[in-house]
Write a protein that binds this ligand. Structure first.
Ligand SMILES: NC(=O)c1ccc[n+]([C@@H]2O[C@H](COP(=O)([O-])OP(=O)(O)OC[C@H]3O[C@@H](n4cnc5c(N)ncnc54)[C@H](O)[C@@H]3O)[C@@H](O)[C@H]2O)c1
Ligand SMILES: N[C@H](CO)Cc1c[nH]c[nH+]1
Ligand SMILES: [Zn+2]
Length: 437
């Protein structure tokens, strides 16, 4: 039985191609469920948070905040090799993100008129670290490092408990190692709502960062549209990867790269773009062989059921399919991957050649792994230092500058029929003229 549903790109109509770009989470109940949870948390506050914490995760302690002493103890209890791997990854992530950040600047846009941009960090950032089916320690690193580089005033980490137990000890230990002191054992849409509205003794985050399952992603998106709710970083839901591989690629590498994303979530999606039926067959054979040894085989199999293989005739078709998909990750394993890479317009992160598995980027290569899904790569990049900053523009005009800019402003205000605007400028011009400026 074929594991990947096959399509011949050239035989698909434009409508069929567009329909095939849908993600499994598009048709889930996530938005309805998250909207209900958000509304209840908004109306009832802590009571609703506790109810969902109990119902969904069977864990509702008197205080969701993990004591700082526990973070320190968990850090001390880490296996030294685990601690070393976390710190080594953090170092590469820090070096990559150190090159980022908005710059403040100032210039004279008019003679006598100075325009300035001031960059400031967020006061409160909420970091969501997924742990529903796997404790993503690496996500903590990916979110904490850019927040620290930006100089965020207060960093509150949210991570769901393991069902019926407390939060994952490695995540707590990593928080301790990274110098974080505010962690809440709460997750899902109810956790996002608690942090986004500031209930159950959580701070109200200015912006919530981080990936999560379809419920978490929906909650972040809905919260950002709710008056008084926290802003969101980007749409980062169930993982996805699209691989362009020609016959020169190693089918086993390709199969493993597909499985590495399929194992994240039943609603994850993996897509193969290949140049021959034969190669798709080889990848499927490798998939079957590798699936059997995987502890998360069932999850991967579910994800594969919504996954696809597109057969293309040439690189132009491969590029068209990849750009239409606008995937979170794009892996290119062809004889000339750089040529294809140059043509890609929409992808969260690109991995070039046989020696660059996505797993390297997921953990320790440097770039951020919190990336746009569901086609959002058309409009967003991954989490960055800039997202933890905001900019304020500042203007300073003297009388000479006011006189210089006034004719333009008065004319445009008149064009828009906004007379108070025109008069506000004209009054300055007249005064400046009276003073001989
Ligand atoms: N896009 C990215 O950058 C990126 C990065 C890493 C991980 N991910 C994705 O993050 C996700 C992690 O998912 P996860 O589930 O393991 O952890 P999670 O922390 O995102 O979600 C777990 C929580 O979801 C809630 N939940 C579970 N089932 C629910 C239901 N039926 N209704 C309402 N709430 C429910 C529970 O409270 C649970 O604790 C995966 O989809 C993975 O692919 C994405
Ligand atoms: N592939 C995920 C982003 O979709 C990131 C991750 C974390 N751990 C392993 N992988
Ligand atoms: Zn991954």
């Amino acid at each position: 039985m074929a594991l990947l549903t096959r399509y011949v790109w050239a035989e698909l109509s434009a409508d069929e191609r567009a329909a095939l770009m849908a993600r499994p989470s598009d048709s889930s109940d996530a938005f309805e469920v998250a909207a209900k949870i958000l509304a209840e948390v908004r109306a009832e506050g802590e009571t609703a948070v506790r109810r969902y914490a109990q119902e969904l995760d069977r864990y509702a302690p008197a205080d969701f905040r993990v004591p700082v002493s526990e973070l320190k103890a968990a850090a001390d209890a880490l296996d030294p090799e685990d601690a070393k791997a976390i710190l080594t990854a953090a170092d590469a992530v820090r070096r990559y993100h150190d090159c980022q950040g908005y710059k403040s600047y100032s210039l004279e846009t008019w003679s006598g008129g100075v325009a300035q941009r001031r960059v400031t960090p967020l006061d409160v950032a909420g970091l969501y670290v997924p742990a529903g089916t796997a404790p993503l320690v690496s996500t903590l690193v990916m979110l904490a490092i850019p927040a620290q580089i930006a100089g965020v005033g207060r960093i509150a980490v949210l991570t769901p408990p393991m069902k019926g137990a407390g939060p994952d000890r490695t995540i707590l230990g990593a928080a301790g190692l990274l110098g974080l002191d505010e962690v809440y054992a709460l997750g899902g849409a109810h956790g996002v709502a608690a942090l986004g509205f500031g209930v159950a003794r959580l701070p109200r985050a200015d912006r919530i960062f981080g990936p999560g399952n379809a419920y978490v992603a929906a909650a972040k998106a809905l919260l950002a549209q709710t008056p008084g709710g926290a802003a969101a970083d980007l749409p980062a839901g169930p993982s996805e990867v699209i691989i362009i591989a020609d016959d020169s690629a190693d089918p086993d590498f390709v199969a493993l790269d597909l499985l590495a994303q399929a194992e994240h979530d039943r609603l994850a999606q993996v897509v193969l773009i290949a140049f021959s039926e034969r190669f798709i067959g080889l990848v499927e054979r490798a998939l079957k062989a590798r699936l059997d040894g995987l502890p998360r085989r069932d999850i991967a199999l579910s994800a594969l059921s919504a996954s696809k293989a597109f057969l293309v005739r040439d690189e132009a078709e491969a590029v068209a399919a990849a750009n239409a998909y606008a995937g979170e990750h794009l892996i290119i394993q062809t004889a000339d991957p750089e040529a294809i890479c140059g043509e890609i317009r929409h992808a969260g992160s690109i991995f070039i050649g046989p020696w660059t598995p996505e797993a390297a980027g997921d953990y320790a290569a440097g770039p951020n792994h919190a990336l746009p899904t569901a086609g959002a790569a058309r409009a967003y990049g991954g989490v960055s230092v800039e997202m933890f900053q905001k900019t304020t523009s500042i203007l300073r005009f003297d009388g000479h500058g006011a006189a210089a800019i006034a004719p333009t402003v008065e004319r445009l205000a008149a064009l828009e029929g906004l007379d108070a605007h025109r008069l506000a400028m004209a009054a300055r011009r007249i005064k400046a003229e009276e003073e001989g400026l």
